[in-house]
Write a protein that binds this ligand. Structure first.
Ligand code: HEC
Length: 222
C-alpha cells in the first residue's frame, strides 16, 4: 500500500480530534465541577445522599425505573417541564455530581422524577404516597401505566402477632384484606428514601446567571 502512512495519519487524526472534541472538552467543562458552598449558610450543594438513599438508587437501577422515567428537567424554552411541575428550574450538570451512576433516562412514559421528593411541588408526595404507588399504583393514580411493585412488600397475617410499626396504609379494595398487613421490605424502604431525596431546589448563582444571559429577558425582569 503506497499511501499507508497517510492513511494511518488520517485515521489517527480523525480519532484524536473526536477524542478531544467529545471527551476532553466535555471533561474540561463539566468534569471538574465541585460542590458549591452557599455564602450565607455555608452549606455545600448538591448535598450528598444518605446511605439509605444510595442503596435506593441501586434498587432504582436494578428495577429499571429508568426505562420509563427521566431525571432531567428542561428549562423554559426547551420543553414544558416546568409547567408540569417537574422542577422549579432546569437541571444543571452540577446537580448530578453526587451520583455515581447518572440516571437521566430517555423515555418519558411516566413523569420526570428529578424532583419527585420536592414537597413544594408535590405536597402529597410523602413516604406513604410512594409506598402506596409502588404497592398498588391504581390506588393513587387510577388507570395508570405505572406497574405495581408488590414484590417489594411482605403481607403478614395479623393473627397472634404485634402489628408492624412499618405497615403501610392501603385503601381497602387494593389491600390484602382484613386480618393482614402490608410491610415494606428493606429494598422498598431504601427506594422510597431515594425518591424522597430527589429534589434540585438549590439554584446555583453561576448557572443561573449563565442561563439568564442565554434567555430572552422576561417582561419586568426577575
Ligand atoms: C412501564 C413504565 C414504568 C415503569 C417501569 C415505572 N414507572 Fe413510575 N410511573 C409510570 C407512569 C405512567 C406514571 C404516572 C402515574 C400517573 O398516571 O399519575 C408513573 C408515576 C410514578 C411516580 C409518581 C410521580 C408523581 O409525580 O406523582 C413515581 C414516584 C414513580 N412512578 C416511581 C417509579 C419507580 C421508583 C419505578 C421503579 C421501581 C417506576 N416508577 C417504574 C410508569 C412507569
Amino acid at each position: 500500500m503506497k499511501n499507508g502512512l497517510k492513511l494511518f495519519l488520517g485515521v489517527f487524526a480523525t480519532l484524536a480530534l473526536s477524542w478531544v472534541g467529545l471527551l476532553l472538552t466535555a471533561h474540561q467543562q463539566i468534569g471538574s465541577l465541585s460542590q458549591f458552598k452557599d455564602p450565607v449558610d455555608e452549606t455545600l450543594y448538591p448535598q450528598p445522599l444518605s446511605g439509605l438513599a444510595v442503596q435506593g438508587s441501586m434498587v432504582y437501577q436494578d428495577l429499571g425505573c429508568v426505562s420509563c422515567h427521566t431525571q432531567q428537567v428542561r428549562r423554559d424554552g426547551f420543553g414544558a417541564d416546568l409547567g408540569r411541575k417537574w422542577g422549579q428550574r432546569g437541571s444543571y450538570a452540577r446537580d448530578y455530581i453526587r451520583d455515581s451512576v447518572v440516571l437521566i433516562g430517555q423515555s418519558r412514559l411516566g413523569p420526570d422524577l428529578r424532583n419527585a421528593g420536592n414537597l413544594d411541588l408535590h405536597p402529597y408526595a410523602d413516604a406513604d404516597y410512594f409506598y402506596r404507588l409502588l404497592y398498588a399504583p391504581q390506588s393513587v393514580a387510577p388507570g395508570t401505566n405505572m406497574p405495581a411493585h408488590a414484590f417489594l412488600f411482605e403481607v403478614h397475617a395479623l393473627a397472634g402477632r404485634q402489628p408492624s410499626a412499618y405497615a403501610i396504609k392501603v385503601p381497602g379494595k387494593f389491600g390484602p384484606g382484613a386480618g393482614y398487613e402490608v410491610v415494606p421490605t428493606n429494598r422498598a424502604q431504601s427506594l422510597v428514601a431515594y425518591l424522597q431525596s430527589l429534589k434540585d431546589s438549590y439554584d446555583y448563582p453561576v448557572e443561573r446567571s449563565r442561563n439568564a444571559s442565554a434567555e430572552k429577558p422576561k417582561e419586568g425582569g426577575h
